[in-house]
Write a protein that binds this ligand. Sequence first.
Ligand code: NCD
Length: 342
Amino acid sequence: MDFSGAHILSIEQFQRDDIERVFGTADRMEPYAQRAKITRVLEGAILGNMFFEASTRTRISFGSAFNLLGGEVRESVGMDSLSLVKGESLQDTARVLSGFSDVICMRHPQAGSVAEFASASRVPVMNGGDGSNEHPSQALLDLYTIKKELQGRGRGIDGLRIAMVGDLKYGRTVHSLCKLLCLFRDIQVTLVSPPELAMPEDLLALLDQAGHRTVATEQLEPSIAHVDIVYSTRIQEERFQDRSQADLYRGRFRLNQEIYTRHCEPNTVIMHPLPRDSRAEANELDADLDKNPNLAIFRQTDNGLLIRMALFALVLDVVHLVDKYARDIRWHNPRLPRDQAT
Ligand code: NCD
């Protein structure tokens, strides 16, 4: 695909070599994300970060990624402060906001809304999550994490064995991840959910067409026994017509160290897009897993920064200039080993 000036709306836009390109670019962003160096390559550029739905990491990660490339961020959070509540169409909002920004990231509760916004935007738009439809940057960072976690073990994405657990009906991260896995070969996907929250049929059909083996089940423990990755998700209570219905499912698939030790192969990687629901009645990933070195959830968020930097650099066509506009940092950087810190 031609990244330059492209909207990033769905994983369906990508081919396998595009994914390699994103991952290769993300690798090159490491020194900047680590603050070993800074780059001003996007100096003067403005990101419009428009989040019409709750977000912590996606919004701050997109914003920080843009800052790390030297750009400025202007943000709007929530629907109430915008003229959308006065009846303005998404397309008019896009026509206006794209006059103020060089690229826009957007999250919105309705499926398809970010594409609708993009259709009227004069600048590239990135989908930060549209309802239960897609979350492409999350899928990219998830797969990048899977690749990095497995590479030391002589395993790769082709041949992967993954269990996706939780709300597979409304979870947009697993929807985008399934689409992404369809670009690879010979994958075993175990789908663990209550039947009411099962993976939608269209995604099952895509996995099937890609030749992947899928099993749908309600049983957590046997499903995590022979996999490389356990990818846990939150019950998406905000998508339920009647929120109290979400209570029926919360806490159904808890994972803790004892269950992990009893059932998982050594070094099974535990992932979650976060936020993990840590309330006692849910407790999807118990805090006792925090000491488990295979818990990759905070490496996922760190990788998210690299992936989002890569997406900006590709879409704004500055990958070849990132190092040219680099310089040393001036402050003491506690993240770096002493001999590398200035
Ligand atoms: C996810 C989302 O918003 O879809 N969070 C995220 O972006 N990392 C998952 C969730 O909210 O459960």
